[in-house]
Design a protein around this ligand. Structure first.
Ligand SMILES: [Zn+2]
Length: 293
């Protein structure tokens, strides 16, 4: 009898927690994709122009500070070395937003969770990639609540992924130059479309150890996983410098992927929020394992 009551209490608690997680992620994706205005009355209609990218950085800074963490801005200028990139920005002029959640037990090891915040021109970018940012935000919030953590976590929102992975290149170079002891880098891109409702996630170019770890938690959560060789997003910038990096996305290589990606139709109302929550659970459980093992 007591056991039953406890189980019921747990279930009610768990479902209200996942409900509030979803509500919070909806609010974040709504603002980031221009479905709702910012508190100052301005609207982020895209995250491509300089002005809108700056509004986005300010919003992300507020989110980070709302968790009691310090937000850092990494400004950069990079020459354009790729003649194929049609440039609105020449040279590249941008800024990443990042924050460090320190371990509670002394450690010099870091786990990086990254998602790009920019979009293609005139694209609201709800799924690509407001979903990645919402996943990191909620995972970070839950990770911060863990009492004992034995690794540091860096969360970073990259600028100018759509231009040639510029922001992530700058951040990866910084990690190398500072000689940071990086355990692994996990990037999240376009995780809000799931037409067949199977909750499947693709792991891009994982190491054996990271593949096994994600698989362990995906099996518990009943999330199908596929491994692919896709390298066209931010984790690539880290891998070329020798870091242990993985990318997570929807079924990009298996057909059930965001059809409105990089268009003006990538709007709030196309986001599958159950899928976003499911992806968040997978990310949280996996990273929790990495900071408590
Ligand atoms: Zn993207």
């Amino acid at each position: 009898m007591h056991k039953l009551i406890l189980t019921l209490a747990f279930l009610i608690c768990f479902s209200s927690f996942s409900q509030s997680l979803k509500t919070e992620q909806k609010a974040i994706i709504s603002v980031l994709s221009g479905n709702e205005s910012l508190s100052n009355g301005k609207t982020i209609t895209n995250r491509s122009s300089s002005e809108n990218r700056q509004l986005t950085r300010e919003y992300l800074t507020n989110l980070i500070e709302g968790l009691g963490l310090e937000a850092q801005i990494q400004n950069y200028k990079m020459p354009n070395l790729n003649p194929l990139v049609d440039l609105l920005f020449n040279p590249f002029d941008g800024a990443n937003v990042y924050s460090v959640l320190s371990s509670t037990i002394k450690s010099d090891e870091y786990i990086i969770l990254g998602a790009h915040f920019d979009t293609e021109r005139n694209c609201p970018g709800a799924i690509d990639n407001a979903t990645g940012m919402a996943i990191i935000y909620n995972a970070l919030k839950k990770l911060k609540a863990i009492k004992t953590r034995n690794r540091n976590i860096i969360i970073v929102f990259f600028d100018q992924e759509e231009e040639d992975l510029i922001g992530s290149q700058v951040f990866a170079n910084y990690c190398q130059k500072e000689n940071l002891n990086i355990h692994s880098v996990h990037t999240f891109d376009t995780m809000g479309w799931d037409r067949d409702n199977d909750k499947a996630v693709e792991l891009e170019l994982p190491s054996e150890a990271l593949k096994n770890l994600y698989t362990k938690h995906a099996n518990i959560l009943k999330i199908p996983l596929y491994v692919t060789n896709v390298n066209s997003t931010d984790h690539h910038s880290f891998r070329v410098l020798g870091f242990n990096a993985i990318g997570l996305t929807d079924e990009y290589a298996h057909g059930d992927y965001a059809p409105f990606k990089d268009t003006e139709k990538d709007t709030y109302d196309t986001v599958n929020f159950d899928f976003v929550s499911s992806c968040t659970n997978l990310v949280f459980e996996t990273i929790k394992d990495l900071v408590t093992q």
